[in-house]
Ligand binder design. Sequence first.
Ligand code: HSE
Length: 313
Amino acid sequence: MTEIVTAFAPASIGNLGVGFDMLGLALDGIGDRVSACRTDDAGVTIVEVRDLDGKLHLNLATDPEHNTASIAAQALWNDYGDDGGVELGVYKGVPLESGMGSSAASAVAAVVAVNELLGTPVSIERLLSYALVGERYASGGMHADNVAPCLLGGMIFCPRVLLPDTVRLPAPDGVSLVLMHPELKVDTAQARRKLAQSYSMEQWLSQQGYLGGFIAACAQNDIALIGKTLRDVIIEPQRIAVVPCFKAVKEAAEKSGALGVSLAGSGPSIFALCEDSVASDLAAAMEQACRGFDIECQSWVSSLHAPGAYVES
Ligand code: HSE
């Protein structure tokens, strides 16, 4: 019988506000699946791309040169595959252009599935470099803040200067994540091209202080310090114009007890960290503020310990 391996990879939040391109968090309960089976034809192909409801995906083609799943899997196959090939099925649970790490989830699920099919020649940590090949195609950058938490789970610090090594941050106790996805789309590669290339000493000092403080807050389990340091004074102000509900949603979240609020990746999704007890009310407040702009939305509450990618069958 033909062996089919299916892997799941979660959605993720890049930047986590305070750590542009170097801090990310995996989400519970939402992600992509990729199945892989061997074929006689050489190389990696995609047989189908479907939404979770089973319908053929309207916006993603099966052209293996234009899908992060096949691009990442091909990089792994080049190093460890044989003369045959592998056929992928891609099942999208993460909305496209949502700021929820959709391209990373497909790339990660693909390399995890193909690695299993090959008898796991590569450790989970070393799969990062292969998944990053897919992410670079999608966003035009070599940043791991979606791919690393998606692969490894939890909260990961992954500055480019340390890659392929990454650092797992201890998640503070009693803190939840709320993610609200307004039904808008932001193209990450385009959003990245628009960012300023140089910044003032003042901005650099502030952001470095917030990032250092946030990491210390996680290490010391200091919730009040998270509230003081989960800030992005550099990237967020440049990106919020394309998310008309951002300011109102942020204000609503803050009034409902958020410790900090920012864009997820390049947006349009907006996330907040908060104490567990207020998470569901906070999600409701964020949704209400978003709908005030006639923008439909959906939200998720997640722990900060969501598992990374895994083989399902
Ligand atoms: N760090 C990335 C960005 C995440 O904000 O552009 C999205 O790929």
